[in-house]
Design a protein around this ligand. Structure first.
Ligand SMILES: Cc1cc2nc3c(=O)[nH]c(=O)nc-3n(C[C@H](O)[C@H](O)[C@H](O)COP(=O)(O)O)c2cc1C
Length: 212
């Protein structure tokens, strides 16, 4: 099948892209409005983009009902300039999904999902207490592109529970953290438990000698 992007409906492009650019990490983002009200929502149009400086990027679509109204997360970040990416692991999957529900104004996703918060080290926005790792971020730029916003955040502090850090690197013990990934728009996720394969990088000298 071929899809002409110019002729396809935005929803069709969305469905195809989120099924093909997969698996994706999930950022459960906590943010704060001007009055200190807390918000939590998951985003899988998310990745780190560079590490020096450390920048993460998040794609946030405007609300589908009105192309001009940003989601609360994007609006809060523009207004208060801070957010926290809480890493989504298997044990947070159901609560993460509750946070994606479009509750009426005034209802807290954190309360609905029974999630407690804990103070961050640098930013005012708290992290989720039960998240095993979190990135505290300050907004670097928000790009408005069509009906979406791309938020670039500079990571200013990294929280990770000791047991998930191999101090030798330091490396993340990814085989124990059990992060999950989003696979498509049909509610499919991937576990990372028991699914590791190790592929060491090949220095050119080793490659060359192997060929001789
Ligand atoms: C796993 C998952 C990933 C999601 N990723 C995105 C995303 O990358 N961009 C987006 O705009 N919405 C995404 N959503 C939908 C938002 O989480 C949802 O619209 C949420 O209600 C927005 O909340 P807010 O208005 O409080 O920011 C995702 C939902 C789920 C369940």
């Amino acid at each position: 099948m071929k899809f002409d992007v110019e002729k396809a409906k935005p929803r069709e492009i969305y469905n195809l892209l989120i099924g093909l650019v997969a698996p994706r990490p999930i950022a459960l983002i906590t943010s704060m409005d001007e009055n200190g009200g807390l918000n939590a929502a998951p985003f899988s149009a998310y990745n780190y983009l560079c590490t020096d400086p450390p920048i993460v990027g998040i794609g946030v679509a405007n609300r589908p009902t009105d192309a001009l109204v940003p989601k609360d997360t994007a609006r809060n970040i523009r207004r208060t300039g801070e957010f926290v990416v809480n890493v989504v692991t298997e044990d947070l999957a159901q609560q993460m999904n509750i946070c994606a529900t479009d509750f009426p104004a005034g209802i807290s996703e954190l309360e609905m999902a029974n999630l407690e918060t804990a103070s961050s080290a640098v930013v005012k926005v708290p992290r989720i207490a039960s998240a095993h790792a979190a990135l505290e971020c300050i907004e670097h730029t928000t790009l408005e592109i069509g009906h979406s916003r791309i938020i670039l955040g500079r990571v200013v502090s990294i929280y990770i529970e000791d047991e998930y850090v191999d101090p030798a690197g330091p490396y993340v013990r990814a085989d124990q953290l059990h992060a999950i990934g989003r696979m498509n728009g049909m509610g499919s996720y991937v576990r990372t438990r028991d699914s590791f394969m190790n592929i060491p990088r090949i220095p050119y000298e080793v490659w060359k000698n192997g060929k001789e």
